[in-house]
Design a protein around this ligand. Sequence first.
Ligand code: DAH
Length: 354
Amino acid sequence: MGDSSSEDPVARVLAQFEQDTAQGTRSRSDFERLKGRFLGRDRGLVPALFANVKALPPSERAAFGARANAAKREIEEAIARLGEDLSRREQRAREASETVDVTLPGRRPRLGGLHPVTIVRRRIEQIFLRMGYSIADGPEIENDRYNFEALNFPPEHPARDSQDTFFVDRRASSPLLLRTHTSPVQIREMKKRGAPLKIIVPGRVYRNESVDATHAAVFNQVEGLAVDRGISLADLKGTVEEFFGALFGRETRARFIPTFFPFVEPGVDVAASCIFCKGRGCGKCKGSGWIELAGAGLVHPKVLAGCGIDPEEFSGFAFGLGLDRVAMLLYEFPDLRLLLDGDERFLRQFARQT
Ligand code: DAH
């Protein structure tokens, strides 16, 4: 007679089970494999035991069946315990991985900052608010009448060529376009509020330009308009000097050079003494000592009259300032396109300023 366990199927299955579980079950997949191997309905070693019953002589069947059932219960219970152990271990692992360490310092959210153009616009607004101006606003989609005609640019006038634009709707009774300057808000405000009037108008404007380091198709201006009795070029000069002094430093001077804009008479190009060399001449001002920043002049009588303001009683000055140029000067960056690129390496440098 050989080893009893090798001849007795029940003992063999129990021995196999003991061997397979000697190492414990490590993972969920180990466990499922073990369970299938012993209890699986089709191929499981335990169900297979009962297939032997029919081959036995009837006198041995009951005893065999009893032992097979005992073994089955034993294995089922052991597997159930292993399953519970496994579930407990899995639960503990989950809790460990999901634990929050409430003593860790928090992560500070990264604060955004103001765009350099916004910073400069707000500074300029503060300066003019102090001088008694109010801030006005107008639409970026403008009609031809306000953008050109009411500002004394007749149709087909060559001065329109200097402000080539993007048309939105050419068939409208007055064609719709993206405004090329903030000057049309002069018209809107004079029509709405009459005289006297002191406003500035910061805003975005559009030109059909080829883009390079100093030309953009989208940029920003600040328009200024003062209408009252007895306004002269001297008031314009004094206002611009006060403004430059507040923005660039008190030593800054303003220079006017005559030029043509259809909506002013006389018209002037306005320059500030170079803020880098104080007017002596340097690379930044191309040796001239001056940096051109605005167009300005005395509001043309036809423009006043067109807005219902009597040019015999009232006069006014106006100016239009390139806001992006001013930001470039103050922050000394070389390329206008940086203002529109949204590159964080550039914008981050302004994040702490308000
Ligand atoms: N609107 C002009 C431009 O964009 C600038 C300008 C010139 C505005 C003279 C004015 C002004 O108010 O008086 O080129």
